[in-house]
Design a protein around this ligand. Structure first.
Ligand SMILES: [Zn+2]
Length: 219
């Protein structure tokens, strides 16, 4: 069964929409998965991937409870901006042990950890449903990056997509999603980086099998 759910509200009052797929009651219980796109609003290729995955899963549901949020940063997506409507980089705003108020370039982390409603919405959902497998969609590297327990999943997804896998994105990411849920909490976190910024069907074609694997693989 699939159902729409609003999981939060953006700075500008827009609903942050999710779709949840729930397996039949007799299915073997597995920890829920959450997959999300457009944490950065200027990466619309990631929202497209999430939408395409939803369309596939409506035809053939996943083997575990799966939540998909095409656009966490809905205000940024509609404005074409990386940051949210208060100019905060949401991937520096999570309450990770390494969060810092210091910023470089355009990566404003917010005044305090999880100051932003979009960050709060995603964090609240993860806590509420007890998700242990977390897949973040980003651009524009070409890599499957893992944090926490995500290595095996990232390596398999990399193989399926023909992308490299890496445990190090190559620069510090204080207050990032991967820092909080991978480094701090040890969950299974994979960041899918596609080399396409704009809405590009190729991003979906590259990652289609890997994303299906992420929501189907028994564990
Ligand atoms: Zn990004």
């Amino acid at each position: 069964m699939a159902a729409d759910e609003t999981v939060g509200t953006s700075v500008l009052g827009r609903p942050i929409e999710a779709i949840v797929f729930r397996p039949p009651s007799y299915a073997r219980p597995r920890p829920p998965a959450i997959l999300f796109g457009a944490l950065h609003g200027d990466e619309p290729a990631t929202a497209l991937q999430a939408q395409r995955l939803i369309e596939e899963l409506l035809d053939r549901p996943p083997g575990r409870e799966t939540w998909i949020i095409p656009a966490v940063n809905i205000d940024g997506l509609l404005a074409g901006t990386k940051n949210n409507a208060r100019d905060v980089d949401l991937n520096r705003n999570f309450a990770a042990a390494n969060w810092t108020a210091a910023h470089k370039g355009g990566s404003f982390p917010g005044a305090i950890p999880e100051s932003e409603p979009e960050t709060q919405a995603l964090s609240a959902l993860i806590a509420r449903v007890g998700a242990e497998r977390l897949v973040a969609l980003h651009a524009t590297f070409k890599v499957m990056n893992w944090d926490g327990r995500g290595r095996a999943l990232a390596e398999e997804m990399a193989r399926l997509a023909g992308y490299p896998a890496s445990g190090d994105i190559g620069y510090p990411t204080p207050g990032s999603f991967g820092s909080k849920y991978g480094l701090d909490q040890g969950l299974e976190v994979v960041t899918v980086e596609v080399p396409y910024l704009e809405v590009d069907e190729q991003a979906w074609l590259d990652t289609r099998t890997a994303l299906r694997w992420a929501v189907d693989l028994p564990s």
